[in-house]
Ligand binder design. Structure first.
Ligand code: GAR
Length: 196
């Protein structure tokens, strides 16, 4: 059984997809042991509590990058994390965390990497860029986290059509519903099965 820690910063719909998959018996070899948020008061923390998963808040604001990283490392160690899932985590991880957990950190990105990714491409900005460029297909990617933002090995991808009249919000919603909420739990379940 792998200990899974989920890192969040906001609404937590991807976290919810993971918790729902677990409740439905679809992640038999993984257990959600903690949800860590980089922001206090976000709804993702409520979702964790509603599912009985322990939470921690390590605010990025008001800390140096090093202070933040050390606090995060301590919390991950205390949780005995085997697998770390970034689910709408809006902070780029530091070197020490990445080095300590090689191919043990996965991220969901709301575009088809290598398009619309890297530093500065997060949340709605990704969908704004896709619409601005005029792509007809976008989607989501689950990948391992390495030292290059959005640059680690790809685990899963799913394409989603861009429709006439889409706004960043409507495109974001379609990509979440049709891609992110499916491929993230599936990828996590598969990794747990392989590593149990
Ligand atoms: C999701 O679309 C996720 O892919 C994206 O932010 C949203 C978070 O929503 N993540 C990134 O852009 C990371 N670079 P959620 O909090 O409802 O899961």
């Amino acid at each position: 059984m792998l200990n899974i820690v989920v890192l969040v910063s906001g609404g937590g719909t991807n976290l919810q997809a993971l918790l729902d998959a677990k409740a439905a018996g679809k992640i038999p070899n993984g257990e959600f042991v903690k949800v860590i948020s980089s922001k206090d008061g976000v709804y993702a923390l409520e979702r964790a509590k509603n599912s009985g998963v322990a939470t921690a808040v390590i605010e990025r604001k008001g800390k140096t990058a090093e202070e933040f990283e050390n606090a995060l490392l301590a919390e991950l160690e205390a949780s005995k994390a085997d697998l770390i899932v970034l689910a709408g985590f809006m902070t780029i991880l530091g070197e020490k965390v990445i080095e300590k957990y090689p191919e043990k950190i996965v991220n969901v990105h709301p575009a088809l990497i290598p398009s619309f990714c890297g530093k500065g491409f997060y949340g709605l900005k990704v969908h704004e860029a896709a619409l601005e460029y005029g792509v007809k297909v976008s989607g989501a990617t689950v990948h391992f986290v390495n030292e290059i933002p959005d640059g680690g090995r790809i685990i899963a991808q799913k394409a989603v059509d861009v429709l006439e009249g889409d706004t960043p919000e409507t495109l974001q919603k379609r990509i979440m519903e049709q891609a992110e909420w499916k491929i993230l739990p599936e990828a996590v379940a598969k990794l747990c099965d392989e590593r149990k």
